[in-house]
Design a binder for this molecule. Structure first.
Ligand SMILES: [Zn+2]
Length: 273
């Protein structure tokens, strides 16, 4: 049984500010160590819960934040971008039986630490079938299309509260309480790791009993850009229909397709940074 651990940084204990998440910023060097620590906690738990293989997917920013020389040597690590399956790359491995989301954040426009959906620069909101979608909803949907359940999700209380209804039976671990977008009461990294290791062990042990809840397709996706200029740019892609000054819509036959379009728009947005 292979378990995929997808690690983001905004939902790591001790992280509350964008500078801690910005590659190259001195503060991010320390946050990368905490991120690697929480990844190791999930790896330990996954093996203790029955995994025979663990692949860790670095899924923040440029996808190369984890410190490979500090990772549990039993795990393999997936680094770098671009990649088709984004934050759940590796879920297409036929041996993959569960995904553990570690250090993820609440969806855009939600009151969580550094909440965003895929790109805080590009997207004010993303809706799928009329419902606000965060990264856990989008990528959990991709994993479900490969027959793989999300078994663990960790981050702040806003992320855990919005994610719990998406994955019934999965384990949620709160490592900090959000008091706004950049204010939190956090566990120490050590205490967060203890909680994540225990959650990962339980999640790995029960993952075979989790049921998938794929959304009915095709999906109607609505993207609300953060500026009219970005909406102008996104409207150049002919599969999108301009709904109003800021909003565009498209239909997606699968969640994997939807995520590929969103990641393409995010990449395009760098032109206007
Ligand atoms: Zn991130």
């Amino acid at each position: 049984m292979m378990i995929l651990v997808s690690v983001d940084i905004e939902g790591i204990a001790g992280v509350v500010h964008p500078e801690q998440t910005r590659f190259g910023h001195p503060e991010s060097e320390r946050a990368r160590r905490w991120m690697t620590g929480e990844a190791n906690a999930a790896i330990r738990g996954a093996f203790a819960g029955g995994a025979s293989r663990v692949v860790v997917n670095d899924s923040h920013g440029q996808f190369r934040n984890l410190l490979p020389d500090e990772l549990d040597p039993r795990a393999e690590v997936l680094l770098g971008k671009p990649r088709d399956l984004g934050m759940v790359a590796g879920v297409d491995d036929p041996d993959c039986k569960a995904v553990l989301l570690v250090g993820w954040d609440a969806r855009s426009a939600a009151p969580g630490i550094l909440s965003h959906t895929i790109s805080s620069f590009a997207f004010a909101r993303v809706l799928v079938n009329g419902v606000d979608a965060g990264e856990a909803s989008l990528y959990g949907g991709v994993a479900a299309e490969f027959g793989v359940p999300v078994a663990l999700f960790t981050g702040d209380d806003a992320f855990v509260a919005e994610t719990a209804p998406l994955f019934p039976g999965a384990i949620g671990v709160v490592v900090k309480r959000a008091h706004g977008h950049r204010v939190a009461t956090s566990l120490s990294p050590g205490a967060a790791c203890d909680a994540i290791e225990a959650g990962a062990r339980e999640a790995a042990a029960k993952c075979a009993s989790l049921e998938l809840q794929p959304l009915p397709t095709p999906l109607n996706v609505r993207v609300e850009a953060t500026s009219v200029a970005l909406a102008d740019l996104f409207a150049m892609l002919p599969i999108l229909r301009r709904a109003d000054a800021l909003a565009l819509e498209f239909r997606a036959p699968t969640m994997r397709y939807a995520v590929r379009v969103l990641n393409s728009l995010s990449a395009m947005s760098f032109m206007l940074r």
